[in-house]
Design a protein around this ligand. Structure first.
Ligand code: GLA
Length: 393
C-alpha cells in the first residue's frame, strides 16, 4: 500500500558494497546520514524570518568513505534515478580559490559543502552516497545530501560541532553552488530534527522548540504527486523578491515584523500581487504559531483546519500550488478521519502532507489513488532524528 523504504543500516550496507566495487582496497572508515524533511505548516515563511513547523523524516541520505592522502575527491552516487554520470572526480583548490560548480549537477552540493565547511581545509577523500529521499520530490533531497556530506566531513576533521552553524553553512552551499536562494528550514531540520517531535523554528532567532508528535492514533501521510513543473526553479526567487519589496514598502526589515494592520494601511502603495504575497506570509506566520499550540494540546481538528487554510492561501494568494497538488488535497479531505492536508515545500509539484487518524490510513490511500489522475507514491512517516555519524563496525 504505502511505499516501504530502506532503513539507515540497509542504505549504509549498500553504500559499503558500492564502495568496495568502486574503490576496492580498505573498507570505508567514516559514515554519516542526514534526513529529508516534511513541513507540516509555515510555508514560504522561512526567508521572511518567520516561523516554520517541519519534522525530519525516516528517509535519509547516507555518505560512507575515507580520507585520502592527495588533494583529489572522488564521489560516487548510487541513486537509482540519477540521469547524470554517477561518478565524479575533482581536485581541491590548494590556493584558497573557489571550487566552481559544474556537471554533474548533484556534485555541486558536495562542492558547495566543501567550500563552506567550517573546518577548512578539507582533505582529499573518496565516498559513496546512497539515499531513500526521492530526488526533486519536495522532501529536501538536496538539504539531506548537503547535511550528510557535512556530517561525514566532520568525521574526517572536527569543527566545533555547532549545529546551527552547520545548517547555515549547508544553506550557503545551496545558495552558491545550486543557485537556489532558499531559507534555512530544510538544512536546519535536517541537522536538528528530533525523533518523536516536530520542530517549531523561529527563522529570525534561529531557535527551535521541539513539539511532541508521537500519538499512536495519528498518522502523517506524505503523498508524492510525482510531478514537477518547470516553474519550480524560477518562481522561488521571484516570490522572495516580492516579499522583500513588500517589507521595504512597509518600512520593515522583513515581513516577520509586519502585521495585517500595517499591510492594510499600506494597501494603496502596493500592487495587488505584492499585497497578496505579503498577506500570505503575515497570516501564515500567525497560523504556524497557532498550529504549534494546537498540536501541543492534541487539538488535531484545529491543526487540520489550519493546514487547509495554509493550502488555500498558497494556492490563491501565494500562487505556488498546481492542479495535481490541489487534487490530492481535495481527495484526502473527502475521507472521514482526515484532519487536514496541504501542499508542502516550495510548490509547483512535489508532495502533500496529510494528518489523519491511524485507523483511516488505508481508506485514505485507496481513495486518493482512485480520485487522482496520476500515479502518486505514499509514505507513512514518523518524526525522526537529525543528522548523525554512523558506526561502521
Ligand atoms: C523550499 C526552500 C525552503 C522553504 C520552502 C518553502 O523547500 O528550500 O527554504 O522556503 O521551499 O517553505
Amino acid at each position: 500500500m504505502s511505499s516501504s523504504f530502506p532503513t539507515v543500516s540497509e542504505l549504509a550496507a549498500e553504500a559499503r558494497r558500492v564502495y568496495g566495487e568502486e574503490f576496492g582496497g580498505d573498507a570505508p572508515r567514516a559514515a554519516a546520514c542526514a534526513p529529508g524533511r516534511v513541513n507540516l505548516i509555515g510555508e514560504h515563511t522561512d526567508y521572511n524570518q518567520g516561523l516554520v513547523l517541519p519534522m525530519a523524516l525516516p528517509l535519509v541520505t547516507v555518505v560512507v568513505g575515507s580520507q585520502t592522502s592527495g588533494k583529489d575527491v572522488t564521489v560516487v552516487t548510487a541513486a537509482k534515478d540519477a540521469d547524470e554520470p554517477r561518478r565524479v572526480t575533482f581536485s581541491l583548490p590548494s590556493d584558497g580559490s573557489t571550487l566552481a560548480p559544474g556537471l554533474p549537477g548533484w556534485a555541486n552540493y558536495v562542492k558547495g559543502v566543501i567550500q563552506h565547511h567550517r573546518a577548512l581545509p578539507v582533505p582529499g577523500f573518496r565516498a559513496v552516497i546512497t539515499s531513500s529521499v526521492p530526488l526533486g520530490g519536495g522532501l529536501s533531497s538536496s538539504a539531506s545530501l548537503e547535511v550528510a556530506v557535512y556530517t561525514f566531513l566532520q568525521q574526517l576533521m572536527q569543527d566545533d560541532g555547532d549545529k546551527v552553524s552547520t545548517a547555515v553553512a549547508c544553506q550557503q552551499a545551496e545558495h552558491t553552488h545550486a543557485g537556489v536562494p532558499c531559507g534555512i528550514m530544510d538544512q536546519f531540520v535536517s541537522v536538528l530534527g528530533r525523533e518523536g517531535h516536530a520542530l517549531l523554528i523561529d527563522c529570525r532567532s534561529l531557535e527551535a522548540t521541539p513539539v511532541p508528535l508521537r500519538d499512536q492514533d495519528l498518522v502523517i501521510l506524505i503523498t508524492n504527486s510525482n510531478v514537477r513543473h518547470s516553474l519550480a526553479g524560477s518562481e522561488y526567487p521571484t516570490r522572495r523578491r516580492q516579499c522583500e519589496e513588500a517589507a521595504s514598502i512597509l518600512g520593515k526589515d522583513s515581513l516577520r515584523d509586519a502585521t495585517m494592520e500595517d499591510l492594510e494601511e499600506a494597501r494603496d502603495r502596493l500592487d495587488d500581487v505584492t499585497y497578496r504575497r505579503a498577506r500570505h506570509v503575515i497570516e501564515e506566520i500567525e497560523r504556524t504559531a497557532r498550529a504549534a499550540k494546537a498540536l501541543e494540546g492534541g487539538a488535531y481538528e484545529e491543526f487540520g483546519r489550519l493546514m487547509v487554510e495554509s493550502h488555500n492561501s498558497l494556492r490563491d494568494l501565494y500562487e505556488v500550488s498546481c492542479r495535481e497538488l490541489d487534487e490530492l488535497v481535495s481527495a484526502a479531505m473527502e475521507v472521514e478521519g482526515v484532519f487536514g492536508s496541504r501542499m508542502t515545500g516550495g510548490g509547483f509539484g512535489g508532495c502533500t502532507v496529510t494528518l489523519l487518524q491511524t485507523s483511516a490510513t488505508e481508506r485514505t490511500i485507496l481513495h486518493v489513488q482512485e480520485r487522482f489522475g496520476g500515479t502518486p507514491t505514499f509514505y507513512v512517516t514518523t518524526p525522526s532524528d537529525g543528522a548523525r555519524a554512523l558506526s561502521l563496525l
